[in-house]
Design a protein around this ligand. Structure first.
Ligand code: C2E
Ligand code: CA
Ligand code: CA
Length: 681
């Protein structure tokens, strides 16, 4: 079975992260753009302001200079006019004097048209008044000059015109200074604008730096989270969250290195659930997954925090016990785990009993490196399985030889069919009331060339795994039908024949044809053939199973539920199948006399059989006390060592000739638990 991760929950997180990061980057880019734009704009503004101010002031200065120049020129011209005797020259000087006058006026008007501050306006106003005062003086002096030479003209020029002119000149100088002042002011203002721009740039770039830092931190956290998640996925099992094989080996190696330094032991506990496949087949994969998760939890709870509980896959777990003082410490943990898995589980509304097989290897006794220790713990687990499951085994070097033997067995199996090494032994089913055998169950045996007679427990799983069970099953089915037909011919026409059918055989398309052929070729009337199916088959795919059972029934054969009570099928489900018999598992017969619970259980199974018109058959009856108890409860048909072990076909006639009623009376009279059958092995 596979663990399925949940991609949806894993993906949504990174998407949100991605969007947050993108948004962060976008904000940062916008901020940087904004800073650049604002900065450039502010600087542009400052430069433009400065330029326009400088331009205005230059023009003002030019006007002021022109005014000063023309004023000085006019004074000079008056002086020159007062000195000349030549009337032509005098005319020319006068023209220049007038010309200068209008140039002064033009410059003054130009200046007045410029944007002026209060001080400049006041200065110009003052200047205007000075000019108004100086004008008549100049005009008077010019008139005197034009009228003829007058000795006083020079004095007048020196005493009146020049001082008046100087006063105007002084104002112009002040105006010039004022302009200078304005330029300084403008550059101060420009500096302010630049300072504002600078602080904007500082603030905004600070903000963008902050966003950058935040984004960087987010990116770091995101990537570290991703890498942690990646590492977790690579080293942990998604279904249970436990470490996987890789991390397990790593931890084991660390534990080995530590133990070597400190002279301690390390235990490797290999755990495999028993019959896990049955849970998957009968209750579905989701329930199987849930069981695995709960098993993981119990194993975790049964171990110390410093021990590593890992899942190797499927229903296999492994535990590392580091720095153990003695083998007993390791065994204790393993026993605790065995008990923990043995407690009932509640899965999908079912109470479910599970168990596990545990193999243990110990460093340094059973291996010096991780892979050897794991292999040996696995081998020991396999032994626990072979010896009846629900138990633990410590690794023993002899197990390796057994593993090799098994490999050999697997090879031998390939030739066994061709060499006709598979046969049936037959075990009688006795009607205790009538005191006669009513049927035989055919049980497979392998006459191994060197190991003698092998029971299904030794090879059936290998046969199923290899797929050879189909061919072997078909050949043996014909054998059994022929055998039964022969018994009928020999004077026992009432004998039935019961044959086991595994899940693989049941679902195979050739099943119906095989049964039909076997019946046709042997001549056995179909009513005398019973097929035994285990509960798991009925639960696997109920609709298909019902259909299949109907098809089989249509051939005329009867159907029994084998090992009833060990699976998880409910009686309500079984009602839907056209069944003929129920074989009560020997588990319930075993403790029948000691455990009242089992008696009650059998009573209810018998009641159910009566209600559904099913024939109950008790399996594994081993002693007279069990037989008596079954008789009292009302179970008529029994099968078990007490009657007879499964025997070769040649020994069947002897069983049939026995006087069973007398044998029972003898056994009951002795009140002992001796087998009454012929076969005492
Ligand atoms: P099963 O169908 O439950 O068969 C009954 C098993 O219990 C047999 O084991 C039988 O020898 C044993 N048994 C009978 N009476 C007693 C008793 O009083 N006490 C004890 N302890 N055991 C008793 P066996 O022959 O080893 O077969 C084991 C299983 O192998 C069978 O269990 C059946 O599931 C399977 N099997 C046997 N033959 C075939 C076969 O031809 N085809 C398939 N598919 N499976 C088979
Ligand atoms: Ca059976
Ligand atoms: Ca059985």
């Amino acid at each position: 079975m596979d663990a399925t991760p949940h991609p949806a929950t894993q993906c949504r997180q990174p998407m949100a992260w991605k969007y947050a990061l993108l948004a962060g980057f976008a904000v940062q880019v916008l901020l940087v753009l904004f800073v650049t734009l604002i900065g450039l704009r502010q600087l542009d503004l400052a430069t433009y302001n400065l330029e326009s101010i400088v331009d205005v002031q230059m023009r003002k200065q030019n006007f002021a200079k022109a005014m000063a120049l023309t004023a000085r020129q006019r004074t000079l011209l008056i002086f020159m006019m007062s000195k000349t005797d030549d009337p032509f020259e005098l005319d020319a000087l006068l023209m220049q004097f007038r010309q200068m006058g209008s140039e002064f006026v033009a410059a003054r008007q130009g200046l007045m048209a410029m944007p002026l501050n209060d001080r400049e306006t006041k200065l110009l106003e003052r200047q205007r008044q000075l000019i108004i005062e100086a004008q008549p003086i100049q005009e008077h002096i010019v008139d005197l000059i034009m009228e003829g030479r007058d000795r006083n003209v020079i004095d007048l020029v020196l005493s009146e015109a020049i001082p008046a002119q100087n006063a105007v000149q002084a104002i112009v100088t002040q105006l010039d200074a004022e302009t200078q002042h304005s330029v300084t002011d403008a550059s101060r203002k420009a500096r302010v604008v630049q300072a504002v721009a600078r602080s904007w740039m500082l603030w905004l770039s600070g903000a963008s730096l902050l966003v950058g830092v935040i984004v960087a931190v987010l990116v770091l956290r995101y990537t570290s989270r991703i890498s942690i998640e990646r590492e977790r996925l690579a080293t942990h099992d998604t279904l249970t969250g436990l470490p996987n094989r890789m991390l397990f080996l790593d931890r084991l190696e660390q534990a080995l290195a530590r133990a070597e330094r400190r002279n301690a032991l390390v235990g490797v506990i290999f755990i495999d659930l028993d019959r896990f496949k049955r849970v998957n087949d009968t209750l579905g994969h989701a329930s199987g997954d849930q069981l695995i998760r709960e098993v993981a939890q119990r194993l975790r709870a049964a171990s110390r925090a410093e021990d590593t509980v890992a899942r190797l896959g499927g229903d296999e777990f492994v535990v590392v016990i580091g720095e153990a003082g003695g083998v007993n410490d390791i065994l204790q943990v393993a026993e605790k785990m065995l008990a923990a898995i043995g407690r009932p589980f509640r899965i999908a509304g079912h109470e479910l009993f599970s168990s596990c097989s545990i193999g243990i290897s110990v460093f340094p006794n059973d291996g010096a490196d991780s892979s050897t220790l794991l292999k040996h713990a696995d081998t020991a687990m396999y032994h626990a399985k072979q010896h009846g499951r629900d138990r633990l085994h410590l690794y023993d070097p002899a197990m390796n030889a057994m593993a090799e033997e098994r490999l050999q067995l697997e090879t031998d199996l390939h030739y066994a069919l061709a060499r006709h090494e598979f046969i049936f032994h037959y075990q009688p089913q006795l009607d205790v009331d009538g005191g006669r055998i009513v049927a035989f169950e055919a049980l497979m045996r392998w006459r191994h060339p060197t190991r003698g007679l092998l029971a299904p427990g030794d090879f059936l799983d290998l046969l199923e795994a290899g797929g050879d069970i189909l061919k072997v099953g078909r050949a043996l089915l014909l054998d059994a039908c022929r055998e039964a037909a022969a018994w009928h011919a020999a004077g026992h026409p009432e004998l039935g024949m019961s044959v086991n059918v595994s899940g693989k055989e049941f679902w195979h398309e050739s099943l119906l044809a095989n049964v039909r052929d076997a019946l046709a070729q042997s001549g056995l009337p179909p009513a005398f053939l019973q097929l035994e199916l285990t509960e798991g088959i009925f639960m696997e795919d109920m609709h298909a199973a019902i259909e299949r059972v109907h098809e089989l029934k249509a051939l005329g054969v009867s159907i029994a539920v084998d090992d009833f009570g060990t699976g998880y099928s409910s009686l309500a489900h079984l009602k839907r199948f056209p069944l003929d018999a129920i074989k009560i598992d020997r588990l319930f017969i075993r403790d029948l006399v000691q455990a009242p619970v089992n008696r009650a259980l059998i009573t209810s199974i018998l009641a159910l059989c009566e209600g559904l018109r099913l024939a109950p058959i008790a399996e594994g009856v081993e002693d007279a006390a069990q037989l008596d108890a079954l008789r009292v409860l009302g179970c008529r048909i029994v099968q078990g060592y007490l009657i007879s072990r499964p025997v070769p076909a040649a020994e069947v006639p002897a069983l049939l000739q026995r006087d069973w009623a007398q044998a029972f009376d003898r056994a009951a009279g002795m009140g002992n638990q001796e087998p009454v059958g012929l076969e005492r092995s």
